[in-house]
Design a protein around this ligand. Sequence first.
Ligand SMILES: [Fe+2]
Length: 155
Amino acid sequence: MANQLISFHDLQPSRQADLLQPCVFAAINLALTLKQLHWNLRGSKFQTVHEFLDKVIEHARATADELAERTVTLGVAARGQATAVAEIDMPPVPDSFVTDTEALQYASNLLDATIGVLRDAQAPLGEIDAVSEDLVISAIQTFEKQLWMLRSHLM
Ligand SMILES: [Fe+2]
């Protein structure tokens, strides 16, 4: 029987890119939208929430970069223009000031939706490339921990 080892060149780059690209868009959207909440929240928990949102934004930016660069590593161009990101369906936030509690709720909803996009990609990626799957799992792990921390402020 032929050797069953999977070579880098046996991967399906276009299929992987199709799965990774929505994750890139979701991560960019998360970083942009959380920044708006970071600026516009008001209330007694301002400093804590303001600073914590920046930690999530930092991870969202790193995730977008990591997954986009994985796409390019596979030989497919990555997309990241604002016009493309704007086409995805994610929970909106108001273009106004929000209370600290509202900011936490909006941020939780956004983070939850982002995790959903990554989880949708994770299992199919696992069937064709464990390396891409591992990057997505790693991103999910940190986002889910951050979601727990965000929600803990709402108790
Ligand atoms: Fe800031």
